[in-house]
Design a protein around this ligand. Structure first.
Ligand code: NAI
Ligand code: MG
Length: 503
């Protein structure tokens, strides 16, 4: 049951680099860290320095086969364990992951370039809480009775789907892992998770810790790229469900292949989330909310980032001044430094993509790029992938920068004067993940929450994903929900109808 080394090492004594040495070039199968059959690896970088921090295993189709078969074998017992017992084990995982929160946060900061204080430490907490939340829901895997006839007992029960394939992105690797793994396991499935190329280590370490509690094979971890490793998982005949977070393009590809196998999918894809600010609000509160909601402290690398901010004309100039002032006060620097608010962009590919969008905005007649904060001047960060947070004025909602997901610290601020019109603009997007409305006018708030086309609409606040709240997009932002009881029941179980003839 236990992995090659104990997960119960005191977290604070382990530096991320010493942990990476231990995890280097490994996948996790049957409770053990092992080398892939492929013998292939790829380098993982610290985006803040571009130093290579370790090698990740590139799992081949043969390695995927091994992982799926291990999970298939483990599923036979796991599915028949009492649901409350499975829940208890998943809760215990939550407890143990909390003990390791700091260690996991540091590991995640090293491989993603996200600031430790503002991002990774927060995420590590939500991560363990999600395991605890789902751990308490074992007995909620309930069915119904149907009064078909007095001489019959007719009921439904919920059964697991089988082996779940989870494919995740790099922006919030632990959060994404928990949203997929915890409900799938409590519902009686076993899981093979593929980490993102850019951020394999925190996920692997977390799984190693979890494997000191769960039976071997219940949770296996592979790493590798999309076309080889990810596709092999999607295509595998014994994978009964795919749950995915990433780009729209990959989501569609996965949907297409899953349709051939006729297996269900959950897709959490991109966003271009609007924020509408009315004239009756407290400006400093709203500016803080807008900065938080744009996830500037995550370099804007969030699918819910408020990347279109519509501000009532009467407040526009004051809003811009305060927004700039507050954004300037955020410190960009070494992500591991607790003083740092903003870290680095995940990869050279994403870095270039963001700079290209900024250039497109800058060369648009009438547009102004307001670049804020300052690049770090620490000599060890000179190769780091830093981008100054920027907001544009003078761009219309139909501009490319306002239509396409940039996944970087870039937002557009657009004035409005007519509420019906601004709602139309907010909805004029291929995406529908999240939307925020700031107003103290109850009628407007009600109209807004009914009319905004988004899976998550918030009024006068911006909480991030919370265990318990259903989360999932409309339109091109995805299919299905995560994070809630509903997500576990609807997306990780199938119903069986049973009829007893009592005569
Ligand atoms: P991606 O969709 O290519 O990668 C996400 C995951 O899918 C990774 O684990 C990758 O290995 C896997 N994958 C890629 N191709 C696959 C395939 N054919 N079959 C199976 N798995 C496959 O996203 P990427 O390249 O990391 O980011 C590109 C853009 O996607 C970003 O700029 C952003 O706009 C969006 N994105 C959205 C996220 C969200 O939270 N919804 C998260 C990350 C990216
Ligand atoms: Mg990296």
């Amino acid at each position: 049951m236990s992995s090659s080394s104990s997960g119960r090492l005191p977290g604070t004594t382990l530096t991320p680099l010493s942990l990476i040495k231990h995890l280097d070039s490994k996948i996790l199968i049957d409770g053990m860290l092992v080398s892939p059959h492929s013998k292939k690896t790829f380098p993982v970088h610290n985006p803040a320095t571009m130093d290579v921090i370790g090698q990740a295993a590139e799992a081949s189709a043969e390695d995927v086969e091994r992982a799926v078969e291990s999970s298939r074998k483990a599923q036979k017992e796991w599915r028949h364990m009492d649901a409350a017992k499975r829940g208890l084990l998943v809760s215990q995982c939550g407890e143990l992951l909390e003990e390791h929160a700091e260690e996991l946060a540091r590991l995640m900061t090293l491989e993603t370039g996200k600031a430790l204080r503002t991002e990774s430490q927060v995420e590590a907490k939500v991560f363990s809480n999600t395991f605890r939340f789902y751990g308490g829901l074992g007995l909620e895997l309930k069915g119904e009775t149907i009064p078909l006839s007095n001489s019959m007992l007719t009921l439904t029960i919920r059964e697991p789907l089988g082996v779940v394939g989870a494919i995740i992105a790099w922006n919030v690797p632990l959060l994404l892992m928990s949203l997929k793994v915890a409900p799938a396991l409590v519902a009686g499935n076993t899981v093979v998770i593929k980490s993102a190329e850019e951020a394999p280590f925190a996920v692997l370490r977390a799984a190693e810790i979890i494997n000191t509690i769960l039976p071997p094979g219940v949770l296996n971890v592979i790493s590798g790229d999309g076309p080889t490793t990810g596709a092999a998982l999607v295509h595998h005949p014994h994978v009964a469900k795919i749950t995915f977070t990433g780009s729209v393009e990959t989501g569609k590809e996965i949907y297409k292949h899953s349709s051939k196998k006729l297996v269900p999918v959950t897709l959490e894809l991109g966003g271009k989330s609007p924020m509408i600010i009315c004239e009756d609000v407290d400006l400093p509160t709203v500016v803080d909310g807008a900065i938080a909601s744009m996830r500037f402290t995550r370099q804007g690398q969030s699918c819910t980032a408020a990347s279109r901010i519509f501000v009532h004309q009467s407040l526009f100039d004051k809003f811009l001044a305060l927004f700039k002032e507050k954004l300037n006060s955020l410190k960009m620097g070494d992500p591991m430094d607790l003083e740092t608010d903003i870290g680095a962009i995940i990869s050279p590919k994403q870095h270039k993509r963001i700079l290209d969008y900024i250039d497109i905005g800058k060369t648009t007649p009438g547009a102004v790029a307001h670049e804020c904060s300052a690049l770090p001047n620490d000599p060890k960060l000179t190769k780091g992938l830093f981008v100054r947070p920027v907001f544009f004025t003078g761009l219309s909602n139909s501009h490319k920068v306002c239509r396409e997901e940039i996944f970087g610290p870039v937002t557009a601020i657009i004035p409005w004067s007519d509420f019906a019109d601004v709602l139309n603009q907010a909805n004029d997007s291929d995406y529908g993940l999240a939307a925020t409305l700031w107003t103290n006018d109850l009628h407007r708030a009600l109209e807004g929450v009914h009319k905004l086309e988004a899976g998550l609409v918030q009024v006068n606040q911006n909480v991030v994903v919370q265990p318990g709240l259903s989360y999932g997009g409309f339109k091109s932002s995805g299919l299905g929900k995560e994070a809630s009881l509903e997500a576990m029941l609807e997306h990780f179980t199938q119903k069986k109808t049973i009829i007893f003839n009592m005569q």
